[in-house]
Design a binder for this molecule. Structure first.
Ligand code: SAM
Length: 351
């Protein structure tokens, strides 16, 4: 019992430490930006006391949820303490060195600053841009090498706790196939990025076949390095487009998709949902996680507004008002549920 309590305190302390580090970084970088570019007209986002209290309470509930799910063995507790410190150490100086480039792009509103060597016809138009003023967009090894830590900072150290919210509904949904051997169940993580979600999934699903798909070869290479030492069967990585998944109809039992939808135009969101429906077997489970939305998180509207003003996120303001529940239902899914955790909303639905 005492051991449990100590480990819960250790978990909360770790999370609070990461949160303070994230906030300190943001404060420092904003000050530096204002010093170097005093005439920037980016506008300052001042968090008032009430908003700060709401953020704090919401992060506390997220941590509680994360801890409780681990206590119930929905995933192993070691996932809660799994931090790639060495990786962060190599990524952090790169983030500082790259910062002036992102400010410059932001100042010039230059969203098409992409590597010259890419074959643009291989990517959809909406993808060929510097989302969040990211150097090279999603299209270079450099971008892939710093992405994780940038997300970690953006979410004040709680990105993985939010990603783990997909695990419980996935597990519940996969129960529909409890008569099949676990090793025959296939879970696809769409827009998998540089490996963080895959690591959480492998931690929770030791035997199932896990596949990660993304449009960016660089992000997949980074993911491959990140997950190469994980216990369990090899995770397959596929370069592909969520709009045309390279899978047969009814061939997968689970699909997860984390932080993709806010970066897609509305029509593409609908197309991707149809694709998810096509490849899932009847009874299969879809779990989406993305930004919170205006309707169910009114306390955080200011943060949402600031997000798409400060970062280049051209589809975000439409996304936060999009009725995703209705879209999922129109696609043909049943048992649609949704719930928000700090900055992330999670939907689950059954085909
Ligand atoms: C914000 S990142 C999220 C990455 C990851 N899921 C995570 O939790 O950090 C968005 C990812 O979606 C990928 N992406 C964007 N559009 C895509 C599409 N149409 N098909 C497949 N991947 C796409 C990008 O390459 C990028 O890796």
């Amino acid at each position: 019992m005492a051991r449990e309590q100590i480990s819960k305190i250790a978990y909360k302390t770790l999370q609070q430490g990461k949160s303070i580090a994230g906030l300190a970084h943001k404060e420092l970088s904003t000050r530096l930006m204002n010093l170097i570019l005093p005439d920037n007209n980016f506008g300052n986002f001042n968090i008032d006391k009430n908003l700060l209290i709401n953020i704090q309470n919401s992060m506390d509930s997220l941590r509680e949820e994360d801890w409780n799910d681990a206590e119930k063995n929905i995933y192993p507790k070691k996932l809660l303490f799994d931090e790639p410190w060495l990786r962060y150490l190599t990524q952090y100086p790169k983030i500082w060195l790259d910062m002036p480039n992102t400010w410059d792009r932001r100042r010039k509103q230059n969203y098409k600053d992409l590597p010259k060597n890419i074959d643009s016809e291989n990517y959809p138009k909406y993808y060929l841009r510097n989302f969040h003023h990211q150097t090279d967009g999603y299209l270079s090894d450099f971008s892939a090498s710093i992405y994780d830590l940038q997300v970690e900072i953006l979410f004040n150290g709680s990105a993985d706790s939010m990603r783990r919210r997909i695990i419980k509904p996935l597990k519940e949904g996969l129960n529909n196939f409890k008569n099949m051997p676990k090793s025959s169940l296939k879970i696809l993580d769409v827009a998998t990025g540089s490996g963080r979600t895959l690591k959480q999934l492998r931690g929770a699903f030791a035997k199932e076949k896990i596949i990660g798909l993304d449009l960016s070869g660089s992000y997949l290479k980074e993911a491959s390095r990140y997950i190469s030492n994980l216990e369990g069967d090899l995770i397959e990585l596929i370069k592909g487009n969520a709009e045309e998944l390279p899978f047969e109809d009814n061939s997968l039992q689970g699909i997860s998709c984390v932080y993709l939808f806010h970066e897609l135009p509305r029509t593409v969101r609908e197309k991707v949902l149809k694709e998810f429906f096509r490849v899932l077997e009847p009874g299969g489970i879809l779990v989406l996680a993305d930004s919170i939305q205006v309707n169910d998180s009114p306390d955080f509207i200011e943060i949402m507004e600031n997000f798409h003003k400060s970062f280049h996120e051209p589809f975000y303001s439409d996304y936060i008002k999009d009725d995703i529940n209705a879209k999922i239902e129109e696609t043909g899914f049943n048992n649609i549920k949704s719930k928000s955790f700090f900055m992330t909303k999670v939907w689950s639905a059954i085909k």
